[in-house]
Design a protein around this ligand. Structure first.
Ligand SMILES: Nc1nc2c(c(=O)[nH]1)N[C@H]1C(S)=C(S)[C@@H](COP(=O)(O)O)O[C@H]1N2
Ligand SMILES: [Mo]
Length: 552
C-alpha cells in the first residue's frame, strides 16, 4: 500500500516501546483472588488429606459420548474466530491504551496503562497522539492508529462468532450433550472442589476419558466460559455503544459505567486467554494423542497420530488465516470497510441508528478533564477570526436548499438555545461528560428549507484531517432533526474553547465522536456524498476507514 508520508508517520512512529503498567491495587486484588482458593485448598489438604473423588461423579454425564461433527466444527470455527477477535480487540485497545473504573477517563486515574507515557498536561495532546504502536504479530491489522480497520475485523468476526455460538448452544440443548456442560446436580460443585484441591496441591486428579465424561471442574470451566464469559463479552461490548448508552441510561449502569464495561471487556479477554492456556496444557498432558483424536476426528483411538497431525495443520491454517487477514487489511482496506458495512447494515439500521438519544446527566457529573481530538485549524481565515473573538464569523449554509443563508455567531445565539449534559463516546475508547449548548440543527434546517432531493447534511471544518484536506462528516437530514443534534457555541457554561471546536461544533449524541465536526466553516446539503472527498461520507471514513454508521 502506498502511504503518504503523513500517514506513515501515524502508523510507524519512532516510539514503539511496549509497556504494561497495572496499578498496585489491581495487582493486589488479582493476587488475592487467585491465592485465596489455593490457600483454602492447602488448608483442606493439610487437615484432611487429599479428598477422594466419588467414582459416581463421572456418571451423571455418561449417557452422551463422543464428539459429533457439530461440536468439532463449531469448536474449530470458534478457535479461528476467537483468535481474530482477540487480535483485533488488542489493536482497538491500543488506540486508547488506558483502562479506567471511572467514566471520565481522567489522566492518572487509569488502573492499567499500556503506554509508557503520562499525559502531558502542558501541551495540546490529543487522544490520537496518545495511541500506541502494536506489532502486527500481535494486533490485527497491526501498527499504530489502525482502529478503523481493527473494528471492521472485530465486528465481522463477532458476527460469525455469535452465529457459530448460537448454533452450538442450540444443538447442545436439543441433544443430551447439555448435560455434559450445564450443571444440573449440586454434587458437581463439591466434586469440582475436590478436583481443584488436587490441582492446587500439585496432584493430578483421576482423569476420566473425555470421550465419555469430563472431569467436574473441566465441565464447570466450559460452562462458565460458554454461558457466562461469552454473553458478558457481548453485553459489555454493546455497553460501549453511544446510541445504546445515550438512549438507555440504565444499560451501562448494569456494569457500573461505560468504562467499567470496557474494563470488563478487557478482563474477559484475559479470562479467555487464561482458559486457553489451561485448556491447551491439559489437552497435552492428559493424553495428547487420544484427546486430539477426540476433538479432531471424533474417535476414541489411542494410537493413531492422525488427530495430532490434523491439529498441527489446523495451527498452520490459523497462521495462514492471520496472514491473509493482514494482507487483506492493508491491500484492500476499502473493500473490507464496505463488506463490514454491508454485513452490519441490518443491525445498524434496525437497532443502533434508530435509537434516538435522550439521556441527560447532571451538573455534578461533568468531567474535570475532557479528552480532545483533531487538529486546530492552521489557516489564516480562522486565525484572523479567532483573534477577533469570531465577530466576523459567518456560518455558510448552502447546497440543495431553497434559501442559502449565512449566520453570524450573534444570529445563532439569538435563535432557540438548547442545552444538554451528556456522555461523549470516542471511537478510540475514551469517554467524558460535558455540558453543551447551542442551536438545534432542526432550526437551521427549517430556515434554509432543503430541496426535496436533498438527503444528507455535510459539516465542513476549518481544520484538517490527519492526512491534510478539510475535516468533514455527513449525516442524514433525519438524524439532524433529532432533539439532541445541536450546533454548539457553549461548553460547560462558557464560550466553546478553541481546543473543543470554537466558534461552532456539532453534537449528535447517538454517534461516535468522529461524526461531530469541530471548528465548523460551512454546512452543505447534498443528495449523495459519493462524489465528495473519497466518497465515504467523512474525512475519518475516507482516510482512516472508519465506518459511516457510527452508532457502535
Ligand atoms: N474538525 C475536526 N473535528 C473533529 C475531529 C477532527 O479531527 N477534526 N475529531 C473528532 C473526534 S475523533 C472526536 S472524538 C471529537 C472530539 O471532540 P473533543 O475534542 O471536543 O473531545 O471531535 C471530532 N471532531
Ligand atoms: Mo474520536
Amino acid at each position: 500500500m502506498d502511504l503518504s508520508e503523513k500517514h506513515s508517520l501515524v502508523h510507524f512512529p519512532r516510539d514503539r516501546r511496549h509497556i504494561i503498567r497495572p496499578s498496585t491495587q489491581f495487582l493486589s486484588a488479582m493476587a488475592i483472588i487467585a491465592l485465596v482458593p489455593v490457600i483454602f485448598a492447602w488448608i483442606y489438604y493439610k487437615l484432611w488429606g487429599l479428598p477422594i473423588l466419588p467414582h459416581a461423579s463421572f456418571n451423571f454425564n455418561a449417557h452422551t459420548s463422543g464428539f459429533p461433527s457439530w461440536i468439532r466444527i463449531t469448536h474449530f470455527l470458534n478457535y479461528i474466530l476467537l483468535t481474530l477477535l482477540m487480535r483485533s480487540g488488542l489493536q482497538i485497545l491500543m488506540d486508547h491504551p488506558r483502562l479506567y473504573w471511572n467514566m471520565h477517563c481522567t489522566p492518572g486515574s487509569e488502573w492499567v496503562r499500556f503506554t509508557p507515557l503520562k499525559i502531558p498536561l502542558d501541551k495540546h495532546w490529543t487522544a490520537r497522539d496518545d495511541s500506541r504502536y502494536l506489532s502486527p504479530w500481535i494486533g490485527l491489522p497491526g501498527y499504530r492508529h489502525t482502529i478503523g480497520m481493527a473494528r471492521h475485523w472485530h465486528f465481522m468476526s463477532v458476527f460469525f462468532w455469535i452465529l457459530n455460538g448460537v448454533f452450538f448452544v442450540i444443538l447442545l440443548l436439543v441433544t443430551d450433550y447439555w448435560k455434559r456442560i450445564i450443571p444440573h446436580d449440586i454434587q458437581i460443585f463439591k466434586d469440582a472442589w475436590i478436583v481443584f484441591v488436587h490441582y492446587a496441591t500439585l496432584h493430578m486428579p483421576p482423569e476420566p476419558n473425555g470421550f465419555y465424561q469430563f472431569n467436574p471442574l473441566q465441565s464447570l470451566a466450559y460452562f462458565v466460559t460458554i454461558f457466562i464469559f461469552s454473553p458478558l463479552m457481548i453485553l459489555t461490548g454493546i455497553a460501549m455503544s453511544p446510541s445504546m448508552d445515550n438512549r438507555f441510561k440504565f444499560y451501562p449502569l448494569i456494569f457500573g459505567n461505560r468504562q467499567i464495561a470496557r474494563s470488563i471487556h478487557f478482563l474477559g479477554l484475559l479470562s479467555f486467554l487464561g482458559f486457553l492456556v489451561v485448556h491447551v496444557t491439559l489437552v497435552v498432558i492428559t493424553g495428547f494423542t487420544q484427546n486430539m483424536n477426540h476433538i479432531v476426528l471424533g474417535s476414541d483411538d489411542t494410537h493413531s497420530r492422525i488427530g495430532i497431525i490434523l491439529g498441527g495443520l489446523a495451527v498452520t491454517f490459523l497462521a495462514l488465516v492471520c496472514f491473509v487477514a493482514h494482507k487483506i487489511a492493508w491491500r484492500i482496506p476499502r473493500k473490507v470497510q464496505h463488506f463490514s458495512a454491508k454485513l452490519l447494515a441490518p443491525l445498524n439500521q434496525l437497532v443502533f441508528d434508530s435509537l434516538k438519544p435522550r439521556v441527560q446527566y447532571s451538573e455534578k457529573d461533568i468531567s474535570q478533564y475532557f479528552w480532545k481530538n483533531g487538529k486546530i485549524p492552521a489557516n489564516t481565515t480562522w486565525e484572523a477570526m479567532a483573534q477577533n473573538e469570531f465577530k466576523d464569523y459567518r456560518l455558510k449554509v448552502h447546497g440543495l436548499v431553497e434559501e442559502p443563508m449565512e449566520f453570524s455567531l450573534k444570529d445563532l445565539q439569538k435563535m432557540e438555545k438548547r442545552s444538554q449534559i451528556i456522555l461523549n463516546h470516542c471511537i478510540q475508547g475514551w469517554s467524558g461528560i460535558a455540558q453543551w449548548a447551542g442551536v438545534p440543527m432542526s432550526e437551521i434546517v427549517a430556515h434554509v428549507r432543503p430541496k426535496p432531493e436533498a438527503e444528507f447534511v455535510i459539516c465542513w471544518s476549518f481544520g484538517e484531517g490527519l492526512e491534510g484536506g478539510p475535516y468533514y462528516a455527513t449525516h442524514s437530514i433525519l438524524e439532524t432533526m433529532q432533539e439532541q443534534t445541536l450546533l454548539v457555541y457553549e461548553m460547560n457554561y462558557g464560550p466553546l474553547p478553541t481546543d473543543y471546536g470554537a466558534p461552532l461544533r456539532l453534537r449528535i449524541e447517538n454517534k461516535l465522536g468522529y461524526k461531530m465536526v469541530k471548528w465548523i466553516e460551512s454546512i452543505e446539503f447534498v443528495e449523495s456524498y459519493r462524489k465528495i472527498g473519497k466518497g465515504e461520507g467523512g474525512k475519518s471514513e475516507d482516510d482512516e476507514y472508519f465506518g459511516f454508521s457510527a452508532g457502535i
